[in-house]
Design a protein around this ligand. Structure first.
Ligand SMILES: C[S@@+](CC[C@H](N)C(=O)[O-])C[C@H]1O[C@@H](n2cnc3c(N)ncnc32)[C@H](O)[C@@H]1O
Length: 392
């Protein structure tokens, strides 16, 4: 492909990504993979270049652009070398007209700015994300880990965490293939640390997804006790099985919940759990480094729905705790409505709960909980809180 044709391909892809973000369709990565499946003439360098154009345009525009051309014209305003490729030649985009509007630059959609927790450093939300690993204690720390992963740096304060440069192909590394390490953001590892799970406990990971945090809980429990991974989406839970095998975490039980009737499926656990982790569905504002297109999908109405759903999940999670047990609420989001205010509202609705103060190596206190941000901590953005059940 010529450099000009790569720009035209990026415009076509951005058209599809913008429509998909508007209509709740597939993610950008899926659309990019499909696009190239139908275009075998594109070589690996073409694919990399087009993908790079697409993601630069996505990162640059906080608000969903009108169309793919507006997104790329916006990028061309910053980069004369891109503007020069709009030359109207074969397979090239037509030249940029004088005064043609491009998508405006920005990090955070305007409506969302006042909703972000006050200490959030907005410019760092779109930075490059490293690859963080968790050394899997279930397999022991191998003596040759440094030889297997010479580029891995320790993360201060998190003994099991290692940090690799962005884009490191970890899935080809023997340490990953043997289950010696898991890919997990240091912030997620800190949330599991805040759970303080111990061998022999009964622990429920209520929004387990494909089990990233479940596997870390399993390691903290040294494979002993009862660990239940619950979710409402079968395909997500199904991905946990092979991961648990690879990690040597074979004591995990999975529980598929019926959306809107979750309490029924959880009845036998009422009053039994030492720890319940609610890693709730959220706006994902803390993960834009890895998923910048999420900004184009979030709307005020969707945020309202998420806040209501988080409150509902917290309310059916609470009865699972034994007296003295701990409910850990976590989101990879940085809006106060989903974080600080959500926990305050839970405490207002429910008597018999106390906030447990946290003292952790990364992050800072925020309201009843703890805040991690890319700018302050180099992790994804998270809010989490630990609540102790004081009365039955
Ligand atoms: C932030 S993700 C969890 C990520 C996962 N804990 C991890 O560490 O990889 C939120 C999960 O909540 C699940 N979920 C949404 N609504 C739920 C509900 N009502 N009950 C239980 N899980 C739910 C979603 O399917 C999704 O997998």
């Amino acid at each position: 492909m010529t450099p000009q044709a790569r720009i035209q391909a990026a415009i076509e892809l951005l058209d599809a990504i913008i429509a998909s973000a508007r209509d709740g369709g597939p993610a950008a990565d899926t659309l990019i993979a499909r696009y190239f499946k139908d275009r075998r003439y594109a070589g690996s360098r073409d694919r990399r270049a087009v993908r790079d154009h697409v993601y630069r345009a996505i990162r640059r525009a906080a608000e969903r652009p009108e169309d793919g051309r507006a997104a790329m014209v916006g990028l061309a305003r910053d980069l004369p070398e891109i503007a020069a490729l709009f030359d109207g030649g074969p397979h090239a985009p037509v030249p940029i007209a004088p005064g043609e509007p491009g998508a405006p630059p920005g990090a955070v959609p305007g409506w969302l700015i006042p909703l972000l927790a006050a200490p959030v450093e907005q410019d760092a939300l779109l930075g490059r994300a490293p690859v963080d690993l968790r050394v899997n204690a279930l397999k022991g720390v191998p003596a040759d880990l440094t030889a297997l992963l010479p580029d891995a740096d320790p993360v201060p304060g998190l003994s099991a965490a290692r940090r690799l440069p962005e884009g490191f192909p970890i899935e080809q590394n023997p340490a990953w293939k043997q289950g010696l390490v898991e890919v997990q953001d240091a912030g997620s590892q800190l949330i599991v640390q805040a759970c303080a799970a111990q061998p022999g406990m009964t622990v429920v990971d209520l929004c387990a997804g494909a089990g990233g945090k479940t596997l870390a809980l399993a390691a903290a429990m040294a494979g002993k006790g009862m660990l239940i991974a619950a979710d409402t989406i079968r395909s997500r839970l199904a991905r946990l099985g092979p991961r648990a095998q690879r990690a040597g975490a074979t004591f995990i039980e999975t529980l598929l919940l019926d959306q809107s009737h979750e309490a029924r499926g959880l009845e036998s656990l009422n009053g039994q759990a030492d720890i319940v982790l609610v890693d709730a569905p959220c706006s994902g504002t803390g993960t834009w480094r890895r998923n910048p297109e999420a900004r184009w999908r979030l709307t005020p109405a969707r945020l309202d729905r998420l806040v209501a759903e988080q409150a509902r999940i917290l309310d059916f999670a609470a009865p699972l705790l034994a007296p003295g047990g701990a409910l850990v609420y976590a989101i990879c989001a940085l809006t106060d409505r989903e974080g600080r205010d959500q926990v305050d509202a839970f405490l207002t609705r429910n008597a018999g709960w106390a906030v447990e103060p946290l003292d952790l190596p990364l992050g800072r206190p925020h309201g009843p909980g703890w805040l991690l941000t890319p700018g302050h901590d180099g992790t994804d953005g998270f809010f989490f809180a630990r609540l102790r059940r004081t009365a039955s």
